[in-house]
Design a protein around this ligand. Structure first.
Ligand code: GLC
Length: 420
């Protein structure tokens, strides 16, 4: 085990730049990504607390004045990445993308603070306040009607960019005429593992529309070509709000607004539960349609720690049927589903961050199952390496190698102090 632990640390250190860490050491992702950074900070916290806080602080340096924390920060302007900083054409102190990603920061921060004593309380308070501002941005602009659930306005905001969850909402989007751009991703890794051109055209069309509207969050909730209430994103946000609330109380900071929103979300998210099929489903606000794709991210609801024990129990039963014949789990999409693809990213393969999130959600609800998820995840990485994603039938690794969050979360699973 020691050998693999050292290797995981080496992956992170190898990808580290000044104050932040790349998702991988090849050219696929030459910038800082929002939720990657959260997971990466957690990994560092097991062996270098300074680097963990550097990661978080650098991400927050990119926070916009209105509170948004972008999904990408372009520290290095000289790369072949598409869409790069000039295509997005925005950012505050640091050039950035104009959208966000799953807000895992509060969750990671709480986890790190639970296990470490930090002397400089003022520094921690200032981080917590910035995270609160980020959550307020999500509440204000992504849920302007104060319903308790937030929307994402681009598939990239989910973090599971190419998931079949987005196939239906994307279909209604008219691809911009004379779209000119050059993808970089499919030159770096096998195009069979990456999104199809037609999907990319749609991503770019939505992005261009956001830019044309100067990323004005007030306007875009109504006018964006894509507006979906995603179970996975909302589950992460609910968990993050619960953890933020805990931190605000602990550090004697104002917490009323967050407390109210947690109560509201807890009730509202249950509306996305389909009692008949015992699954959670997404809601496409733009087209007023349910999205019933069997995505593993719908089980992030376990991470949100709903008080409703019956729903938790039923969801775990459904989760146990997500992968039956497959040797490695969890596949990102249930393998008997029509749009399942074995190799293409987010359309079938196993992702370590999804397993980690679900494992955290299962820990106090079904210990035996949780333990199995944990050890199977550790074994998968041990046998196949620190890759971006894996084949659910064979374990074969795909995508980027030396992938930071795979290394980080592997470390966290192994070094977690107590398994309870
Ligand atoms: C891909 C993933 C996204 C991740 C990024 C960097 O775009 O879909 O979730 O944050 O790569 O690793």
């Amino acid at each position: 085990m020691l050998n693999e632990i050292n290797q995981a640390k080496k992956v992170l250190l190898g990808n580290r730049k000044k104050g932040y860490t790349l998702p991988t050491n090849n050219n696929l992702y030459p910038a800082q990504w929002n939720w990657d950074s959260g997971f990466i900070a957690l990994g560092y916290s097991h062996f270098n607390l300074k680097y963990a806080f550097d990661e978080i602080n650098t991400l927050l340096e990119g926070q916009w004045k209105d509170g948004m924390v972008p999904h990408i920060l372009f520290h290095d302007l000289n790369t072949n990445y598409y869409p790069n900083h000039s295509v997005w054409n925005c950012g505050n102190k640091i050039k950035s993308s104009g959208i966000t990603q799953p807000p895992v920061l509060a969750i990671i921060l709480k986890r790190i603070l639970d296990k470490n004593i930090i002397k400089d309380k003022e520094k921690i308070k200032s981080i917590i306040k910035k995270v609160k501002k980020y959550h307020q941005w999500l509440m204000r602009y992504r849920d302007p009607k104060n319903s308790g659930l937030v929307s994402i306005l681009h598939p990239w905001e989910s973090g599971y960019d190419n998931s079949p969850l987005w196939d239906e909402p994307l279909k209604s989007i008219k691809i911009e005429k004379n779209l000119k751009y050059k993808r970089g991703d499919n030159k770096v890794v096998n195009p069979d593992f990456r999104p199809l051109d037609i999907d990319y055209d749609r991503y770019v069309t939505i992005k261009n529309h956001l830019r044309k509207n100067k990323y004005n969050p007030k306007k875009l909730y109504e006018t964006s070509m894509f507006n979906v209430v995603d179970v996975g994103f909302n589950s992460i946000f609910l968990k993050a709000n619960k953890d933020l609330l805990y931190l605000l109380k602990k550090f004697n900071l104002e917490h009323n607004e967050i407390e109210k929103y947690v109560l509201k979300s807890e009730n509202k998210i249950e509306k996305l539960y389909d009692k008949k099929t015992k699954r959670f489903v997404n809601y496409d606000l733009k087209n007023k349609k349910k999205i019933t794709v069997p995505s593993i991210t719908n089980y992030f609801i376990l991470f949100a720690d709903l008080k409703n024990k019956l729903i938790n129990k039923e969801i775990i039963q459904t989760l146990k049927k997500h992968n039956t014949k497959e040797k490695f789990f969890f596949s990102s999409i249930k393998p008997n589903y029509t749009s399942y693809e074995e190799k293409r990213y987010w359309r079938g393969p196993v992702w370590i961050n999804c397993n980690w999130i679900i494992y955290q959600g299962l820990k106090d609800k079904d210990k035996k199952f949780a333990q199995m998820v944990r050890s199977k995840t550790i074994d998968l990485v041990k046998k196949n390496g620190f890759y971006e994603y894996f084949n659910t039938k064979t374990g074969k690794a795909y995508g980027a190698k030396n992938f930071s969050w795979t290394a980080s979360l592997f470390l966290d699973l192994i070094l977690e102090k107590k398994f309870n």
